[in-house]
Design a protein around this ligand. Structure first.
Ligand SMILES: [Mn+2]
Length: 240
């Protein structure tokens, strides 16, 4: 039985330099801790508040976290990064340079004999077809290719401002999205999954649904929560 950890929604780069420094220190301490304990580590999206990766350029300001991720991945911990709606524009940097496994779409996986479904959580609000169409456009190869010709200073400025809009949108969407997410988790559990884990909502939740468990990971802005799967099952805990 492996020890496996899950986090989401650190939104690195969101706050002031001082706020981000404190958040980073906290996350670095957590990564050090799991670096000695985990077999696998899952990041379920919105690690960055805004990320756009060019073929030869990545955003600056995150080197301490990136170096730590590479460090624990080199120690043999398998790091999985499922992108969120704030950091979906990745290329091969995380995979080729940091040794992480990256995913652009929700997926199911069996861990410690449990069937687990992982989803960032965006686009699950009831009646949110508008966002789902927008997501397709924003994530299309053509849009990304076009965008990549912007100068990085301009591109990242736009990414940060669109990230602000999206956060505002999500905040106003919470009630519906929350319901939609639980409903979605119910459906997935109904197809035979044991656990559904999501982020995005920034509201730590552990809820038993018929024979399964729905977990929302909360965030690393206020709640600093993570899920841990081990021989005893899955729990949601707060990092102190
Ligand atoms: Mn999100």
């Amino acid at each position: 039985m492996e020890n496996i950890y899950f986090i989401s929604d650190a939104h690195l780069g969101l706050g002031t330099r001082e706020e981000e420094r404190i958040k980073e220190d906290r996350l670095l301490a957590f990564l050090d801790y799991i670096g000695n304990d985990a077999a696998q580590f899952f990041i379920l999206g919105d690690l960055f508040d805004a990320w756009f990766e060019y073929r030869t350029v990545i955003p600056k300001g995150f080197h301490r976290i990136l170096a730590k991720l590479e460090d624990i991945s080199r120690r043999g911990i398998i790091i999985h990064f499922l992108v969120g709606n704030h950091d979906c524009w990745i290329r091969n940097y995380f995979r080729d340079e940091l040794g992480m496994r990256t995913y652009l779409h929700p997926f199911g996986i069996t861990l410690n004999g449990k069937k687990i479904y992982l989803h960032h959580g965006d686009g699950l609000a009831n009646n949110d077809a508008g966002y789902r169409i927008l997501k397709k456009i924003l994530r299309s190869r053509f849009s990304i290719w076009l965008y990549s010709w912007l100068h990085p200073d301009l591109g990242l400025k736009l990414a940060r401002s669109s990230s602000k809009t999206s956060r505002h949108y999500t905040a106003n969407k919470h009630y519906g999205e929350g319901d939609g997410m639980v409903k979605f988790a119910e459906q997935i559990i109904g197809t035979g999954y044991d656990v559904v884990i999501m982020g995005h909502r920034h509201l730590p939740t552990r809820q038993e649904i018929s024979n399964g468990i729905y977990i929302n990971l909360g965030d690393w802005i206020r709640s600093n929560t993570y899920a841990k799967l081990d021989k005893n099952g899955i729990v949601l805990e707060q990092w102190k």
